[in-house]
Design a protein around this ligand. Structure first.
Ligand SMILES: Cc1ncc(COP(=O)(O)O)c(C=O)c1O
Length: 414
């Protein structure tokens, strides 16, 4: 049985799927038994729209993607090239090179002031996405529930669905002071099926950041219930005030059921490298090792040598990147932020503007029209959760020239 949401969305936008559907012929997954969780997944309209924009040709300005515009800096690339030349081309250890685990432990000491993140608590993964998948694989059983604070990056919801578990969404509220979390709503959403609470702070797409009190309350609640907290801190260094956002590790005990997900992708401009890590309790070491072995065997060793150098020498690069994005963010706030039809809270972290436009309640239609009529590709809010159907996400991690051109087109279209 096909997911009716999937059919409805393809129905509207994908002529091939519509033809198949309307012709009455069985769909592929109806003819051949595939994984039920896969076939029942909710659609990713952001991916559909990105394909649509690509087909329209190179004149469409894309600010839909979640990555910066800078290539990986040379000092990181050189470290990988050196490792390759030195023959670091063999399988490595399932939880990562000991040197990288050590370096990540030092990084937490240096940047976060934590002396309790021993290398044994660090598990290197092939990306933040993979870190999430390994974590979910370790924690979830069929039909468990994960309570997720939304809007949230769609892939995380997809990862839960693919694990044959269910997401219960708790929407942030968009008010005059920006996005906020109602803790009563969060705890009320937890029931006997809840296996984990999923938090992304700083948030993609809203830039919302959790407070110290909220972290402590969630940890205390999770301890009492014996449920997991999965904290995606991929944007933890991308803040426009200070050096870092708060981490759940600021308040956690070493044996809390807490898995912190991180990645080299955004902070060090390494999206294509696929390198990330988990910090978990030491007792998860064996479990994640097992899953890693069956999942991937290991992370490519030469990328891990590059990761070591990124952590050691990357601070100046991070600041340069943030300085650039601070300027594109300010330009965006001066233009779109002042537009009478636009509701946009100033993002204090990450690199996304998440806004709604008066008179545009359907983000999918609106995004298609912006591609067709303005030549700008953005991501529809519905992808990030049920509470953001009228929102759209725009990345400002781009050059000033690109931002000026995109804003010019958008303002004309509005
Ligand atoms: C919240 C969040 N977590 C994880 C990722 C993915 O990170 P990676 O490239 O390491 O898979 C993204 C990418 O957009 C993200 O927004």
């Amino acid at each position: 049985m096909l997911n009716p949401v999937l059919v409805r969305d393809y129905d509207r936008y994908d002529p091939m799927q519509r033809e198949k559907y309307e012709s009455g012929k069985p769909l592929f997954e109806e003819q051949y038994p595939l994984n039920k969780a896969l076939c029942g997944m909710s659609p990713n309209m952001a991916a559909e729209l990105m394909n649509y924009a690509r087909e329209k040709g190179p004149d469409v300005i894309s600010l839909a993607q979640g990555e910066g515009c800078m290539p990986t800096p040379d000092f990181i690339v050189d470290a990988a090239a050196k490792a390759l030349k030195e023959g670091k081309t063999f399988y490595g250890r399932p939880l990562g090179l000991p040197e990288l685990r050590e370096e990540i432990s030092d990084y937490y000491k240096r940047i976060y002031g934590f002396s309790n993140i021993s290398p044994e608590r660090v598990f290197v993964t092939t990306s933040g996405s993979n870190a999430m998948n390994l974590t979910l694989r370790a924690v979830l059983n069929k039909d468990d529930e994960v309570v997720a604070i939304t809007p949230i990056w769609k892939n995380l919801l997809g990862a839960v669905e693919l694990s044959d578990a269910h997401v219960r969404q708790v929407g942030l509220t968009d008010g005059p002071d920006g996005w906020s979390l109602d803790m009563d709503k969060l705890f009320a959403a937890c029931n006997e099926k809840t296996k984990a609470i999923l938090v992304v702070s700083p948030s993609n797409p809203t830039g919302w950041m959790i407070s110290a009190e909220q972290i402590q309350e969630i940890l205390a609640f999770a301890r009492e219930r014996g449920i997991w907290v999965i904290s995606d801190e991929v944007y933890g260094r991308l803040v426009y005030e200070g050096t870092r956002a708060l981490s759940f590790l600021d308040y956690a005990q070493d044996d809390d059921l807490l898995m912190v997900i991180n990645s080299f992708s955004k902070t060090w401009a390494m999206t294509g490298w696929r390198l990330g890590w988990i910090v978990g309790p030491a007792f998860m070491d064996d479990k994640i090792r097992h899953i890693s072995i069956y999942n991937n065997l290991c992370v490519a060793p030469f990328t891990q040598y590059a990761g070591i150098v990124a952590l050691r020498e990357g601070e100046e690069f991070i600041q340069n990147q943030l300085n650039l994005w601070r300027k594109t963010r300010d330009l965006l706030m001066e233009t779109l932020g002042q537009h009478p039809r636009v509701h946009l809270s100033k993002p204090e972290s990450s690199f996304y503007a998440f806004f709604k436009v008066d008179g545009e309640p359907d983000c999918i239609d609106f995004c298609y029209r912006l591609i067709d009529e303005a030549g700008v590709s953005l991501a529809p809010g519905i992808t990030f959760g049920d509470c953001s159907k009228s929102y759209i996400r725009m990345s400002f991690a781009c050059s000033r020239a690109k931002m000026e051109k995109a804003l010019d087109r958008l303002v004309k279209a509005l």
